[in-house]
Design a protein around this ligand. Structure first.
Ligand code: SF4
Ligand code: SF4
Length: 446
């Protein structure tokens, strides 16, 4: 067969780019990842950072162009490039509208891996990243220890003192403090290793993925998720050895840590024993479903990651498919729904949460404008880019308020934190809940 000159050109370019970088193919975008972008710009208006600043360099098309230039050795991995890549929310809204099927989330993570390996960030940033991604998130005991310290700060009066004296403003921490999660009284770690029986006839046996920070900030959401599953005929097992899903590390380009966490979770869940692995955090779910992206093709890790990912289901996706059988009492209230980016754009799940909301008698669902535009939470974005996160939140809260809904529902703990902060800052008086929390509230007592 005659050689395809275009194909060999692409292969040569890819080989050249890989040689330049010195990385393994797993940690580097491939030439065709960029070349799928035809620069049509259809994604720009759906990009929150482009809408905020109107700059091409902060649009999906602009970022992809910069990535390709870096790949070709025509742009250095310097401060300007890193800034534009850091400012991306990884919301993947651009992916949803792209007619060429550009897998933006995948190439962004690989680009961030290149930055992690090749770019020397300022010393404080390096120390903080090392602490968060390598020394804190993979270690449940350290998360619990840090949470206890934070809880002491929040409840001892220190937080009020810091706010009243202006110390936080002086240290430039005022915005970040507003977005800080409230630490639970009772951590979810105590539930690890337990099995919760199905109520009534058993319809499924599932494993519950509990998250990392969620175990100290969203323990009640996790318990509500288990109650709703039980009420709908599911036996729920909480595997004791599970760790952080690795999403935050993968998004930040710290792929060795993400890989180790993925391996640990694949071992912790005996996937053959379960009908599904359930998560109530769409950010985690998106990464758990894409564990194969972390590993070389054809390796043993990739195979076990594939088996694991095939069982992962978001709670709304799972319940909508299974069908609700638990009796639900009427909840006369008007609600609106904020699509979590990693559910709607990462996992392409738009209808399932709405279907569950509509299943609750007397609940009126009112759509808000731009419900699938990021609220500014985006993992740790509200900590690393607090000004942009708060600007996005301002627009989000204005749209939510216009619905006159009493509650804003969503599908991810990070979004809940951000929207709760928004409701407080903008004084909208709206309650913010996970969809599963509303279902739990509607459950007739059993
Ligand atoms: S919509 Fe897709 S093809 Fe068009 S510019 Fe955006 S990423 Fe590129
Ligand atoms: S992931 Fe979100 S913020 Fe980043 S380029 Fe795409 S739409 Fe814009």
């Amino acid at each position: 067969m005659a050689e395809n000159p275009l194909q060999s050109h692409e292969d040569a370019q890819r080989e050249f780019a890989l040689t330049l970088s010195g990385f393994s193919a797993t940690d580097k975008p491939e030439y065709e990842d960029y070349s799928r972008c035809v620069h049509c710009g259809l994604c720009s208006n759906n990009c929150p950072t482009y809408r905020l600043w109107g700059r091409e360099a902060d649009s999906p098309r602009g970022r992809i162009r910069q990535m390709a230039l870096v790949d070709q050795g025509r742009l250095e991995i310097g401060e300007t490039f890193v800034t534009h890549i850091d400012r991306c929310l990884n919301c993947r809204n651009c992916e949803s509208v792209c007619p060429s099927g550009v897998e933006y989330g995948k190439i962004l993570e690989l680009t961030r891996a290149q930055i992690e390996q090749k770019y020397k960030r300022p010393f404080p940033s390096r120390v903080l990243r090392d602490f968060v991604y390598r020394r804190l998130l993979p270690h449940p005991r350290r998360i619990a220890g840090a949470a206890r310290l934070l809880r002491f700060y929040q409840r001892s009066g220190l937080a009020s003192f810091a706010r009243a004296t202006g110390i936080l403003r002086l240290m430039g921490l005022q915005d970040r403090e507003q977005l800080m999660p409230k630490i639970d009284s009772d951590f979810f770690f105590t539930e690890l290793g337990k099995t919760f029986p199905a109520r009534g006839q058993q319809r499924a046996r599932v494993a519950f993925f509990a998250g990392c920070v969620a175990q100290v900030t969203f323990s009640e959401l996790n318990r509500a998720t288990i109650r709703v599953l039980q009420a709908n005929g599911c036996e729920v097992v909480v595997p004791p050895q599970q760790l952080c899903c690795g999403a935050l590390a993968a998004h930040a380009g710290v792929r060795d840590v993400a890989r180790n966490l993925a391996r640990a979770n694949c071992q912790a869940f005996n996937v053959d024993e379960f009908d599904a692995i359930i998560t109530n955090a769409s950010g985690c779910g998106s990464t758990l479903k894409e564990y194969t992206h972390l590993f070389e093709a054809n390796g043993a890790d990739r195979e076990s990651a594939g088996k694991f990912s095939a069982k992962v289901r978001d709670i709304s996706e799972f319940l909508a498919d299974l069908g609700l059988v638990a009796p639900l009492r009427p909840l006369p209230m008007r609600v609106t729904y904020q699509d979590s980016c990693h559910l709607v754009h990462g996992q392409k799940i738009r209808e399932a949460p709405r279907k569950l909301i509509r299943a609750i008698p007397s609940v009126e669902l009112v759509e808000m404008a731009l419900s699938d535009l990021c609220c500014g939470s985006a993992g740790v974005y509200n900590v690393t880019e607090p000004k942009a996160a708060l600007d996005l939140l301002t627009d989000k809260m204005a749209n939510a308020k216009r619905t006159n809904a009493q509650a804003i529902l969503t599908a991810n703990p990070g979004c809940i934190l951000q929207l709760r902060a928004g409701a407080a800052i903008h004084n909208t008086g709206q309650e913010v809940l996970h969809v599963v929390e509303l279902l739990d509230r509607a459950l007739a007592k059993f």
